[in-house]
Design a protein around this ligand. Structure first.
Ligand code: GLY
Length: 404
């Protein structure tokens, strides 16, 4: 009996030690891998239902932007809005998991409307718009036209590169202002693909130059990033470092940190240059070790928001971070791998339940609640947003793939 008891005791202690070592926190709040995988399976089934709700409310030729749960009103956009690629991209991710042909039909319908943006040279957001949509389509439900659409999109994006500044221009402005935002790192993946598809290295070189210039000027010594750098278009000198969507010029806007993390992870994937891996790891450290990162890992909309702990959370930032951390975990040593996966698991777990995961039939058909678009502009505050859904779906796909 005594021997039996000691054995049981030993097994229990081992279980807790292993769990603590793996996850570095209270095991009762951390989902097991098996449990999370089950939750993810259900999330995709629910997502198919939710996106049919969204689809049925969409006016012809419009794209979903957000929904206001208190009034039941939707906001839609045209195809030129920076988020127009996320709806078709999400439909394709859900279709890939569920094989629900209704979603594929809807994805193809909306892709046809989006296609004309391949000629849009007034925005840096073509990566978001065209690679999250047609980029996914070429892999999930390919058509012969996808390649040309993406190459034309890359050409349009590359037309915004200024070699004196060493960056793609994010926002058009006046005089000598040349505005570049950290979000722009997300558009480079399209350029790497274009070099692979065409053999033309100019796209690759633009992406690398843009990332190097951004590394030099956008980041502080703690590896947090500014949102906007205003370069002099004639000389390339930095004229101003500031925010647009964050709390203050010197604060760390949460989604901006997420874009940087994701962007430099892609840079490492595309170039295998260890400098970018270090950058991504440093950004991850800033995020994950930040004293203002809440225990459920859904960040406040700005790491320096003035009213923490009462500040709004931004679920979209968590979705982007989770997806990026899961990819980054495949490039690092075992201890970092465990840390990144564990944090991503917590983010996914939190996003998979209230108050973040919407009940079926609510939230206008969007999957995720409580995102923050642009507080200084007083728009899209504490609402669903298409990119939260998109990166949530992507992160879940990545998590599933990692377990195989
Ligand atoms: N400017 C893109 C974003 O809101 O993250």
């Amino acid at each position: 009996m005594k021997k039996h008891f000691s054995y049981l005791y030993l097994v229990t202690v081992c279980f807790f030690v292993t769990t603590f070592t793996l996850f570095g926190q209270n095991p009762s709040t951390h989902p097991s891998r098996k449990a999370l995988l089950k939750i993810i399976d259900q999330n995709f089934i629910d997502a198919a239902q939710q996106y049919k709700v969204l689809m049925n409310h969409l006016p012809q030729d419009k794209f979903p932007k957000t929904y206001f749960p208190t009034t039941g009103q939707y906001q839609f956009s045209g195809s030129e809005w920076w988020c127009s690629g996320f709806y078709p991209g999400s439909l394709l991710y859900i279709y890939q998991q569920t094989q629900d042909s209704v979603l594929l039909k809807e994805a193809n319908r909306i892709l046809n409307i989006l296609e004309k943006e391949k000629f849009n040279t007034t925005t840096h957001d073509l990566g978001f718009m065209m690679f999250c949509s047609f980029g996914n389509a070429k892999d999930i439900a390919p058509k012969p036209t996808h390649k040309d659409i993406l190459i034309q999109s890359a050409k349009s994006l590359a037309s915004r590169f200024n070699p004196t500044v060493g960056c793609i221009k994010s926002w058009d402005s006046h005089n000598n202002d040349y505005l570049v935002i950290i979000d722009n790192m997300m558009n480079l993946e399209l350029l790497f693909w274009a070099t692979q598809a065409t053999g033309d290295s100019s796209y690759y070189n633009i992406a690398v130059t843009h990332a190097n210039t951004t590394m030099k000027h956008h980041f502080r010594s703690d590896f947090s990033s500014y949102h906007v750098i205003n370069y002099n278009a004639q000389t390339g000198d930095v004229q101003q470092k500031r925010t647009a969507q964050g709390y203050a010029n010197e604060s760390a806007w949460a989604r901006g940190q997420a874009w940087g993390l994701y962007g430099y992870t892609v840079m490492y994937r595309a170039t295998q240059n260890p400098m970018y891996l270090e950058q991504a790891k440093n950004i991850a450290r800033f995020i994950l070790k930040h004293p203002n990162l809440p225990t459920n890992k859904i960040p406040y909309w700005d790491f320096n928001a003035p009213n923490i702990p009462d500040a709004l959370r931004d679920a979209s930032a968590a979705a982007v971070m989770a997806s990026a951390l899961l990819e980054l975990s495949t490039y690092v040593n075992n201890s970092l791998k465990k840390e990144y996966i564990s944090n991503a698991e917590e983010m996914l777990f939190a996003l998979s339940k209230p108050p973040y995961k919407a009940k079926i039939g609510t939230n206008g058909g969007f999957l995720i609640e409580h995102c923050v678009g642009h507080i200084p502009e007083k728009t899209e505050i504490d609402v669903p947003l298409t990119y939260a859904d998109y990166y949530f779906l992507e992160a879940m796909k990545r998590y599933q793939a990692l377990q195989k």
